[in-house]
Ligand binder design. Structure first.
Ligand code: H2B
Length: 94
């Protein structure tokens, strides 16, 4: 995916930022339990897509980082999962 395509896709994902070869977003969950439920929901979506984010949980802050390891960078799979994560986060009050 070239730089112009990446920039274009990122514009559709407010809150996500590009850090080198990955995109990242952090969410503030209403509670630790809600954050873990969000992680479980994202894990299910990741299994369905066979595309897996890096996940960092710090009490009520849950951060996701996406890249396509096999491609050594960003692909359409990362942007599709980012949209899915945004929807799941909204559904979990984060
Ligand atoms: N997730 C991510 N983020 N990148 C990959 O390249 C990747 C993955 N590869 N999940 C998948 C699994 C691969 O290992 C299986 C065999 O499809």
């Amino acid at each position: 995916m070239d730089e112009a395509a990446i920039a274009e896709r990122l514009e559709e994902l407010p809150g996500w930022s590009r850090e080198g070869g990955e995109i990242r977003r952090g969410f503030e969950a209403p509670s630790f339990a809600a954050g873990i439920e969000l992680v479980v929901a994202v894990a299910e979506a990741a299994e369905e897509a066979d595309h897996h984010p890096d996940i960092d949980v710090r009490w009520t802050t849950v951060r996701f980082a996406l890249s396509t390891h096999s491609a050594g960078g960003l692909t359409a799979l990362d942007f599709a999962l980012a949209h899915r994560i945004d929807a799941l986060a909204a559904a979990h009050g984060a």
